[in-house]
Design a protein around this ligand. Structure first.
Ligand code: AMP
Ligand code: MG
Length: 417
């Protein structure tokens, strides 16, 4: 069925296209964070979002201990700069000696071992000598040196993670050091995705003239498998309105987010927007960015739907820019700050005004300065320049050209999980 009456997507300036920030805020507004939670072992909680505020039930350290292998001393009443003390015991990590020191006494202590309650310094072993069974040292001793105090790291009752905080390796380490074994997290969002296109063949199949291998499902799988989401690959769907509607209806039964690629533009075989209009609600479908202008966003029942463009590079860029904020919000993740670096462009950069452009580029550093250069051809079908890139250069809508050696905005890929 030809789509002759579709809006045009040809001009650089398109009054119906949203700018990217408007699009992101529309997306974020329409996302309802998942309420359901599950309690899981902290080992399995990497990257998950905490479903509650977590308070420390104990202090860390929970007892006064030594930061060094050495000798615990009580400085009161000792002769400065010429210390001669009797070693009365050893305190090991896990095998504490917990009596107080008397005058001229010292306890040999290991790193992490309890120090006597009335000790007020630990002298590093390397600074001491043993003469006639006395422990001698003549260093300048600072009160409290090499002693770790109760609660110096974490105080009992302190909030360690807030609701929505991502649980990373250091959070897991802290939780385990607090004795926590299980943690309540937001359940994983379910993301279903499929590719559309009559030309697509599954990898492993034999290509006929005019056909291509479907790479977008692998792209999406790669992007999503780094995230704490449940992924379901729904395969390839033909460029047929009814087939797309059937697939979307089926996907909406079990998804928080549905992603398709392809068929979202104004070609004769682009049915995504029509199908979405029929069975759900279109929020918007054009954004003034390059690559990736046609992008259908809407809802089918309770599932969010992203119809990403078919060109793999456009699909990758729009996933990062528009799907990620939705995934973050649905997991209650608080806003992840985007790090933008100012770098010197090694070459002249050109673009047509009217759309914000994301150029694939290589960021490098020399003598404390950042430099950036294009990673190759920038057509939205050119995948090799995405492979070589480690960042995007963002050129705002009105820019036409940037001279070499000018400062440009760069978004490193590490920004994206
Ligand atoms: P479309 O958005 O459907 O007009 O597709 C734009 C371009 O992306 C066309 O050259 C398609 O052949 C290509 N394309 C669409 N889907 C895929 C896919 N899943 N994998 C690789 N290329 C694709
Ligand atoms: Mg297509």
């Amino acid at each position: 069925m030809p789509n002759n009456n579709k809006d045009s997507c040809i001009n650089e300036f398109d009054p119906n296209a949203l700018d990217e920030n408007q699009a992101i805020s529309k997306i974020v507004k329409s996302v309802m964070p998942i309420r359901e939670t599950e309690t899981i072992n902290i080992k399995n909680a990497v990257n998950r979002s905490s479903a509650s505020n977590i308070k420390a039930e104990i202090s860390i350290p929970s007892f006064k201990n030594s930061a060094m292998d050495g000798y615990a001393v009580n400085l009161a009443g000792l002769k400065k700069n010429n210390y001669k003390l009797t070693e009365i015991a050893t305190s090991l990590a896990g095998k504490p000696y917990n009596k107080n020191l008397k005058k001229n006494e010292t306890v040999r202590v290991m790193t992490g071992a309890l120090v006597p309650d009335n000790s007020d310094a630990v002298i590093m072993k390397e600074m001491t000598q043993t003469n006639d069974q006395l422990i001698c040292f003549s260093t300048n001793v600072k009160k409290n040196q090499n002693i770790r105090f109760i609660g110096e790291d974490i105080k009992k009752g302190q909030i360690i993670l807030k609701k929505g905080d991502a649980i990373n390796y250091s959070a897991i380490s802290i939780l385990s050091s607090l004795g926590v074994e299980k943690v309540k997290v937001i359940r994983k969002p379910i993301v279903n995705f499929f590719s559309t296109g009559d030309e697509l063949i599954r990898t492993g199949g034999k290509l006929k003239l005019g056909q291509i291998y479907d790479s977008n499902r692998y792209l999406l799988h790669g992007l999503l498998s780094k995230l704490p989401v449940k992924i379901k690959d729904l395969g390839i769907v033909k460029d047929k309105r009814s087939a797309i509607m059937t697939k979307l209806t089926h996907a909406a039964k079990s998804s928080d987010i549905i992603i398709s690629t392809g068929g979202v533009s104004v070609g004769d075989a682009d049915f995504i927007k029509d199908a979405l209009e029929e069975i759900g609600k279109v929020n918007f479908w054009k954004i003034s960015i390059k690559p990736g202008r046609p992008l259908a966003f809407g809802k089918i029942k309770n599932s969010l739907f992203f119809g990403l463009p078919g060109n793999p590079v456009s699909a990758a860029v729009t996933f990062q820019l528009f799907v990620m904020p939705a995934i973050n919000k649905i997991m209650s993740k608080r806003k992840c700050a985007n790090i933008i670096i100012k770098a010197i462009t090694k070459t002249e950069l050109r673009k047509k005004p009217g759309r914000t452009e994301y150029k694939r580029a290589i960021l490098s550093e020399k003598n404390g300065k950042y430099f950036v250069e294009s990673s190759g051809l920038q057509g939205s079908n050119i995948m090799l320049s995405l492979l070589k890139a480690n960042c995007f250069i963002r050129l705002s809508s009105e820019v036409r050209s940037i001279k070499s050696n000018s400062i440009v905005e760069v978004i490193p890929f590490q920004n994206y999980i």
